[in-house]
Ligand binder design. Structure first.
Ligand code: SF4
Length: 250
């Protein structure tokens, strides 16, 4: 049984998949998106966090069996509401062996995984095969810009996206709308063309930039200096509905 590091478990979530859900936040992320609002999810290890002047530890170790048992207690609630469990992070695929074991312990429950897609291809496949649906983040189609704003190119992400599309697995494409970074006609059209014809695509979600994104940085000893104008409203360019895709702007 593998141990993992979790930094939050939120019950009664309604925005991370169908029905009433429990969202599990796994620690560790290989990317450094300039707009990330969960910097406490970056380090793969538990770390100190200062909240309202009080120091606490963010993240704790838990075995796959213990986590599956805890999540399984709400089985009836999930079944009645058509809900389930959503795994996010950080990047949950950074702990793919642990995640797979937890999912194997939740066979009769709906399981969704939110991922940046930045994960080894074998890890991506193993998690995808166990999930009922995925929330796949797509930030920038241009790899040089992706590297500039997230710290890594997107070749691996686009390969995993292709694998997901070819599988026919249900998924939601999530695009954060960052003013002056990816809210361009060019980026939206390139994203739409990647998604065109994907039979598993349930909808595209455009998530407006969160102006309180920087709030948690001082809590983990970091400062937030976004290289874009936070005050600017992001442009909402719909390159999707004309191609038959459902679009939600949040
Ligand atoms: S992939 Fe998600 S958790 Fe990781 S840095 Fe980007 S926004 Fe933050």
């Amino acid at each position: 049984m593998t141990d993992g590091i979790v930094f939050s478990i939120e019950e009664f979530a309604i925005n991370d998949g169908p029905g009433i859900r429990t969202t599990v936040f796994l620690k560790g992320c290989p990317l450094r998106c300039a707009w990330c609002h969960n910097p406490e999810g970056w380090s793969p290890l538990p770390e100190k966090m200062v909240k309202r002047g009080r120091e606490e530890t963010c993240g704790y170790r838990i075995s796959s069996g213990e986590l599956a048992e805890r999540l399984g207690r709400d089985r009836d609630l999930f079944r009645d509401s058509g809900g389930g469990v959503t795994f996010t992070g950080g990047e949950p695929l950074m702990q793919s062996p642990f995640l797979c074991e937890v999912m194997d312990g939740l066979k009769d429950m709906h399981k969704a995984v939110e991922t940046s897609g930045y994960a080894r291809e074998d890890a991506f496949r193993s998690v995808m095969e166990r999930a009922d649906s995925l929330l796949f983040d797509i930030k920038l189609v241009d790899s040089a810009l992706h590297r500039k704003y997230t710290g890594a190119g997107n070749e691996l992400i686009l390969r995993n996206l292709k694998t997901l599309i070819a599988s026919g697995k249900p998924f939601v494409a999530r695009i954060p709308l960052i003013p002056g970074v990816n809210d361009t006609r060019e980026n939206m059209e390139a994203t739409a063309s990647l998604l065109q014809g994907a039979v598993g695509l349930q909808r595209v979600e455009l998530l407006r930039y969160n102006r309180v994104a920087g709030a948690k940085y001082p809590m983990v000893g970091l400062s937030y200096r976004p290289p874009f104008d936070e005050e600017k409203e992001p442009a909402v360019y719909d390159a999707f509905t004309g191609l038959g895709m459902k679009l939600l702007v949040l």
